[in-house]
Structures are given as structure tokens and as C-alpha cells.
Write a new protein. Structure first.
Lengths: 324, 303
């Protein structure tokens, strides 16, 4: 397990990025960090930037368990859930991409140690963030820390924050540590999807009580203050998805597993299946206009509805406002 | 402004110092009038702590109790046995309440009156205590991750499909010793291995004694040791101090041949013990054999 990333704070602010599924290694998301820094402009220098990479832990379990066959079961559950997955998705020939994708989901669901290992690593990273802030002379109550997560990273953030909120000994609970996160921005969160999949797996999900996504209602993590009033882990928990993003709980513009926590700020982006000359406005007028302007066929490119960078671009103004 | 015990400094803050600061904050925020419930709670917590003669407890002692785990031997030895109070099981809850009250709603209320700089000075003992607990939490989680690495990381034994299934099923029952907890992974693991590269020495009729490749099966328990330095160093040190050991039932086929079917009549039974990746087995039946082998998988996923 790689050691946590230490950062020297130049101010009282930090951002923690948590990536989604796939094979991410340190540096993989440097362009995304550049994109957010560009959005923040001159103010970007005030932020200590942390990126939490956890695929190494998933790889431990993938190698140890050697249970890729189990992927099929989960994919079938997902397929059944959305009712309309094409037949090849239900076969065993998913390919490595699908295996990685599904594997990132299945380990935390079926293996309690896998979910706890990533959760422990993320908790430790968040503790290190607080520690670095203190080293820079800012007590946690004066620190402005935001978390921006994508896809499966939202699940790990949700699990870690729910656990931290009820475990004061981790020193991240909002009331007893007197520190909240300025923003928790979850993009294309599969939390509701995993909850549904886990329900379909029934008793085959071990130690359900340690899986906050499954146990009890989905809520913004909070801890009772000294007066008994719940203190939320963040005053601004945001759930963003696209209406074509199946991981985020939409299937062809129909919601089926969108994460909707009471008290969260909810955003559902209007997505298009393709872009015309880089624009998401997909209309006959736009196509004709592009064709006439270039005197040739317009550049129509398929859109990845789950693209983290696209989410960030669509919410550039929001991010600038939230992180200010 | 701050009524702390004389000579109190960063190293010698006590629970009494913390309550002294809380009383000041409570007074500044005028909680007796504006938030009498919290005002009474602070007084009640202090009374509870005083009744248990715990006001003189140091940050070290408080941090041990707050972590919710049994204090380590070193901590216990540091305590003055004559002066260390007898504490009830729920004493930790009272410490959590102290921090909760100090955090919300008291601190924001005092912030609004005194401003951040004065509050940071007032809260210095609480902040010092927090840093100490944060350091311990980071150290604890680092150790937990190391244990996950020992059981699942590079160098850990791989499970074949049978073992993966058995270990998955074994953790399903509530309270199973094979299930991990928030403190880390279980040290136990089921072994169900079919090994095709074990070695024994035998002398069949009319032949000379020679080393032979034989097939064996193991059904047992693996115990992860989680020592802080296990599996480290050169090969010799790894052999002396491995991260896991196992033992259990051992099976061999009726003859000393490789790739034998162990479920046929005439199979020989015995026991094995493994230390790290090396194991030795012994079968007791009429053709006794001592067998050595490595816990390596020749065919990934299978055996």
C-alpha cells in the first residue's frame, strides 16, 4: 500500500479527488486536476491538491481471490436491474475492461475486507489532510477542505464519511472533531445502484451492517452535537449525474438508481449521445450550421456520458462558486 | 482569561484544564441564559469526571480511552497505579460528549463573540489533545492497512477457486472468526489445496531409493501472524519469520506418483504443517511417507 500523499499547504484550503472505476495509477488524473485548477484560475494556488488512488487495493483482492467468474453474477444483476442491457453484456465474455469495471464494484460488495481496506486507506488520507492543515497552522475548524469524487469513488467517499461520522476515534466526525468538509461533490455516484444490486444479492452480501450503502436509509452523514442536533459532515453535499449515465442511475433519460440523499443539492445534467463540432447541442439546426460553416460534413463524435472531465466542465461555474 | 491549573503547558494539560477552558467558553457564550441545556450538560460532565477522580488524567491517558481500545501494556505501565482512577465502561462516552459539546454548539458561539484568534488560544488544550489522537488514528490505520497487505497484498498466498469459495462462505455467518472487523482482517483462512509438486523419498521394490514427485492435498487452517517485521528481509529471514503458518489434514494417493487421484481407494492420510511457503506432511498408513513442498500454485486459479 502506497503511503499517503503529504502536501504542504500554502493556505487554509485543500481539495481531495477520489477517482472512479478502472485502472488508475498515480498521475493518471493529472489532466483533470489541471482542468479544475484552470477553472479556479489564480485562486488555484491556494489549494493543496490530494488525489486518492486505491486501485492497488482492488488489485490485491482480484489477485488473491482469483474469482473473476463471480463478475458474471454481478453483471447479470446489473443487467436485470436496467432491463435493457444488450445480450453480450450478460455473457461471460465481458473482456478486461468490463471485468475491471465490475470488479471494482464487486469486491466491496462481496468482500468485507475489500471494502474496509479501501475505506481505511481513504480515512487515513483524510486524516493526513487534516494533519497537513494543522502543520500549516490551521486547526481543522479553520480548514476549508472539499472532496470531489467520481463514479465508484463516490461509493468509497460515502462509506468512509458514514463510518467516520459514527466513529469519533477516527477524528473526522463533524461534531467531536469540530470540523466539516466545505463541499462533498459526488459526480455520477453509483451508491443507489450498488444498494439495489446488493439487495438483489440478498444474503450473499457478508456483514451487511458494515456496508452503509445497504444498511438503513441513505442519508447525509452526520454526528449529534453536544446539544443533540445532528451536525452534517458537510453543509454542501452535492449529487450530480447525467441523464444518459447508467452508473449515475439514469438509463436513456429514465432514472432508476439516482443517489438522492435528503438535504443534498441535486443536479441532473441533460446529456447528448454525441457532440457536433464539440458542442453538446445536438439539433438539425446545429448540424446544418456546422456543415455550412465548414463546407463539409460536421464532426459528430459519440459522447461518453460517464466522463468525469465532462462533468467538471459542465459545472465549472458551480465548482468555482463552491470552492471560493 | 483562561483559568487553567498553574504551570499548565502543552505537555501537561489535563482533563481538568480542558474543563477549565470549557467553563470560560460557556461563560463567554452565556450559555447559562441562551443555552441552559448545554450549560447544564457541561456542568454534569465535569461533575461526573470529578466524581471518578479523573480530572488529573493526562492527554496520553485520555487518548487511550478515547480510541476505544484496551490500553496497551506500555500505557498501563506508565500509569500510576495508585492514582489511576477506576473508570466505568461508559467513561469513554463522557469524553466523546466533552468533545461534542466543545465542538458544537459551544465553539461557533464563542467564535462569534471572541473571534477565531482568541478561540484558538482558549481551545489550545483541546487542540493539543486532538492532534495527539489524530496521530494515533493515523498510526492505527497505517497498521491496519499493513495487516490487509499481509493477508491480501503482494507476497500473500493466493487462493484457488475452492479456497476462495470456502473462505467466502465461512465469513457469512454472524460472528464468524473468519470475518474481519473494523480493526482489520481476520488472521484465519481456510486451506484446501491440491499440490502436484511435493517431494518425497521412496524405494519401490526392485528400485533404488530416490526423490519422487508426488501429489498431495491439504485441508487445514492458515494463521496470519501480522508481526510488524514478518516476511521482511532476505530469504533466510523470511523463512525464519514468515507472515503465515498453517496446519491440518494431509492426503496422498495410494502410490508415489504425480497427478494422482486422491479420492480413490487406498489413499493415505496424515497431517501437515506449513511455515511460510514451505510445508511438510506425513502420512501414517502402511506406506509411510514424509513429504516436503512449496505452497506455490502451478496452475493459476486451480492448484
Amino acid at each position: 500500500m502506497a503511503d499517503d500523499v503529504f502536501q504542504k499547504w500554502s493556505s487554509d484550503r485543500a481539495i481531495v479527488f477520489v477517482h472512479g472505476v478502472g485502472n488508475a495509477a498515480p498521475g493518471s488524473y493529472a489532466p483533470l486536476v489541471d482542468q479544475v485548477q484552470a477553472i479556479l484560475g489564480d485562486g488555484a494556488a491556494r489549494f493543496a491538491i490530494y488525489f486518492f488512488y486505491y486501485d492497488q487495493v482492488n488489485e490485491w483482492f482480484a489477485r488473491k481471490e482469483q474469482a473473476r467468474l463471480a463478475f458474471t453474477k454481478l453483471v447479470q444483476c446489473v443487467g436485470d436491474l436496467v432491463h435493457a442491457f444488450p445480450t453480450p453484456t450478460k455473457s461471460t465474455g465481458l473482456g478486461n475492461v468490463a471485468a475491471d469495471f465490475v470488479g471494482d464494484v464487486i469486491w466491496p460488495v462481496l468482500l468485507p475486507d475489500a471494502r474496509r481496506a479501501v475505506r481505511t486507506a481513504l480515512i487515513r488520507q483524510l486524516q493526513q489532510v487534516r494533519h497537513d492543515g494543522i502543520a500549516a497552522g490551521h486547526q481543522p475548524r479553520r480548514q476549508h477542505v472539499s472532496i470531489i469524487a467520481h463514479s465508484m469513488g463516490c461509493f468509497h467517499v460515502y462509506e468512509a464519511l458514514r463510518y467516520a461520522a459514527v466513529t469519533p476515534a477516527e477524528q473526522l466526525a463533524p461534531a467531536t472533531s469540530d470540523a466539516v468538509f466545505d463541499n462533498v461533490v459526488l459526480m455520477a455516484s453509483p451508491v443507489q445502484l450498488i444498494r439495489a444490486v446488493s439487495d438483489s444479492l440478498g444474503p450473499f452480501v457478508p456483514q451487511r451492517e458494515s456496508l452503509y450503502t445497504v444498511t438503513g436509509p441513505l442519508v447525509v452523514p452526520s454526528e449529534p452535537g453536544g446539544d443533540g442536533v445532528p451536525v452534517p459532515i458537510s453543509p454542501n453535499v452535492v449529487s450530480i449525474t447525467g441523464n444518459l449515465d447508467p452508473v449515475g442511475g439514469y438509463f436513456f433519460r429514465h432514472p432508476y438508481a439516482y443517489m438522492d440523499l435528503p438535504g443534498q443539492a441535486a443536479f441532473v445534467d441533460q446529456q447528448q449521445v454525441a457532440t457536433v463540432d464539440g458542442s453538446e447541442e445536438l439539433s438539425l439546426t446545429r448540424i446544418l450550421d456546422a456543415a455550412l460553416r465548414h463546407d463539409s460534413a460536421p464532426a459528430i463524435a459519440p459522447e461518453n456520458p460517464h466522463d468525469w472531465s465532462a462533468y467538471v466542465a459542465r459545472h465549472a461555474d458551480d465548482l468555482r462558486r463552491w470552492l471560493a | 482569561m483562561c483559568a487553567t491549573s498553574p504551570g499548565a503547558n502543552a505537555q501537561s494539560y489535563t482533563l481538568g484544564d480542558i474543563f477549565a477552558r470549557l467553563r470560560v467558553a460557556d461563560s463567554v457564550a452565556n450559555f447559562a441564559a441562551v443555552n441552559p441545556v448545554v450549560h447544564a450538560r457541561i456542568a454534569g460532565l465535569e461533575r461526573y469526571v470529578r466524581d471518578h477522580e479523573a480530572l488529573s488524567m493526562t492527554m496520553d491517558q485520555l487518548s487511550d480511552i478515547y480510541a476505544g481500545s484496551t490500553p496497551g501494556y506500555a500505557t498501563v505501565l506508565r500509569w500510576n497505579r495508585n492514582s489511576y482512577p477506576r473508570l466505568p465502561q461508559d467513561f469513554r462516552d463522557s469524553l466523546v460528549s466533552v468533545r461534542a459539546v466543545a465542538g458544537r454548539p459551544l465553539r461557533p458561539a464563542v467564535d462569534a463573540i471572541l473571534g477565531p484568534a482568541a478561540v484558538d488560544s482558549l481551545y489550545a488544550p483541546l487542540d493539543r489533545w486532538y492532534v495527539q489522537m489524530l496521530d494515533r488514528a493515523i498510526a492505527r490505520n497505517t497498521e491496519t492497512l499493513r495487516r490487509y497487505s499481509v493477508k491480501y497484498g503482494p507476497g500473500a498466498p493466493n487462493l484457488n477457486l475452492a479456497e476462495a469459495a470456502l473462505n467466502y462462505l465461512a465469513q457469512l455467518p454472524r460472528g464468524s472468526p473468519f470475518a474481519g472487523s473494523d480493526a482489520g482482517p481476520s488472521p484465519l483462512e481456510i486451506v484446501a489445496a491440491y499440490r502436484t509438486t511435493d517431494l518425497t523419498a521412496s524405494q519401490p521394490t526392485g528400485e533404488s531409493r530416490a526423490a519422487r514427485l508426488v501429489t498431495s492435498a491439504q485441508l487445514g487452517l492458515r494463521l496470519y501472524r501480522f508481526n510488524s517485521d514478518c516476511g521482511e528481509g532476505n530469504r533466510l529471514r523470511q523463512l525464519i519469520n514468515p507472515c503465515h503458518a498453517s496446519g491440518g489434514a494431509f492426503l496422498m494417493g495410494p502410490s508415489d506418483t504425480p497427478l494422482a487421484q486422491l479420492w480413490k481407494a487406498g489413499r493415505r492420510g496424515g497431517a501437515y504443517a506449513a511455515w511460510g511457503n514451505y510445508h511438510v506432511g506425513y502420512v501414517f498408513d502402511q506406506e509411510r511417507r514424509l513429504v516436503f513442498g512449496l505452497d506455490t500454485q502451478v496452475l493459476p486459479f486451480l492448484f
